[in-house]
Design a protein around this ligand. Structure first.
Ligand code: ZN
Length: 359
């Protein structure tokens, strides 16, 4: 354990990798290696390199705490499991709840010093009074005063020297997809990282280099600078903001975002992961009805139909000897059609449901 590790993460850490989904995690050095809390497809394997030699290990700075109350979490899980026709046997609230895993997702935070000359057009609101003449029903002209807000644009230029703190940028290739499914994280509750965090949940390491993430931070920096120049000019609007900043002292740290994961086994026995936003409780996962269970029920109805068919045919044959049996046989054939249709219903419901299954 080097000094650097101790000063950044505050305790002995080691890295582990999932051989199925390739997610890399940081966890306390003494912790046993669990099943991958992302895909649940395999046990994590230790990473051979020294932790600090890994390309994506940067010091943590801020942590967003888990905020979903346990009751709200149970409700979400219940809602997810309910309403599925013929759910797989393993998809039940108790199983999902018992497998909940807290983990932290990384996001980049970058600090930077900027020096730049800038130019832009700044806009000031002003009001114009005009009069509109209207012909009234009473048969006379009326003059109405109309106030209109217009913008006066003026060119401005200046020099800016500023330090920007904690501009956010995605640290995962899948970040956009996760935000689409689960929603964004609120920053208001962020607090400084403390080593206890590592005991609470595994930390997912970034799979996106800081240099790549800079592409996403740059427009935020541009926007922040434009807004500051607008405020400095006491203007109401700004357009065509241009600057060519000299950037120095870029410092990258990590923000840790809370996420719960859990899973259920599908028909094929494969784990189906379910992800839950650690602040809002919003849930994302595949909701799939079980074709196996539907088939079993369909087979029972099919068997009944077959039995009735055989009895009906027997009744029809015997009706040559004893004619009243013909009526019984004909009624039986009608029942066969009804039971046959009933047998198809579970299969159709599962097929219809599985066409739209992502929550
Ligand atoms: Zn995995």
């Amino acid at each position: 354990m080097s000094e650097t590790e101790l000063t950044t993460w505050g305790r002995d850490v080691r890295a582990a990798l999932c051989p199925v989904c390739d997610w890399t995690y940081l966890l306390p050095a003494t912790a046993r290696l669990p099943r991958c809390p992302h895909c649940f497809g395999a046990e994590l394997e230790p990473v051979a390199e020294e932790v600090m030699q890994l390309p994506y290990v940067s010091p943590p700075e801020l942590v967003l705490p888990f905020e979903v109350r346990p009751e709200a979490l149970s409700q979400q899980v219940l809602r997810f499991a309910e309403g599925i026709p013929y759910p797989p046997e393993d998809l039940n609230p108790q199983a999902l709840q018992s497998r909940l895993q807290p983990i932290y997702l990384p996001a980049w935070l970058v600090d930077v010093d900027a020096v730049a000359h800038w130019q832009a057009e700044v806009g000031f609101d002003y009001e114009v009074l005009s009069h509109q003449e209207q012909y009234s029903d009473a048969g006379s002209w009326r003059s109405r005063e109309v106030k209109e807000t217009r913008i006066r644009w003026e060119p401005r230029a200046g020099r800016l020297q500023r330090h920007y703190d904690n501009l956010p940028a995605p640290a995962l290739e899948r970040a956009a997809e996760l935000t689409r499914d689960l929603g964004p994280y609120r920053m208001e509750t962020a607090r400084p990282y403390a080593p206890e965090v590592l005991g609470h949940g595994l930390v997912r390491l970034p799979d996106r280099l800081a240099e790549d993430a800079w592409r996403d931070a740059e427009p935020l920096l541009h926007g922040a600078a434009a807004e500051e120049c607008r405020q400095a000019a006491r203007a109401d609007h700004m357009r065509d903001f241009r600057w060519a900043p000299q950037l120095q002292g870029q410092h990258w740290t990590l923000l840790l975002e809370p996420l719960y994961t859990t899973f259920y086994h599908d028909d094929a026995g494969q784990p189906q992961p379910v992800l839950i936003h650690g602040q809002t409780g919003k849930l994302s996962g595949m909701r799939r009805a079980s074709l196996k269970r539907a088939q079993r029920i369909a087979l029972i109805w099919g068997g009944i139909a077959l039995g009735v068919l055989l009895l009906s045919l027997l009744a029809l044959v015997l009706s040559f000897v004893f004619p009243p049996l013909a009526l019984l046989g004909a009624g039986g054939v009608v029942l066969v059609f009804i039971f046959g249709a009933v047998a198809l219903i579970p299969l159709l419901r599962v097929w219809m449901f599985n066409r739209h299954t992502v929550l």
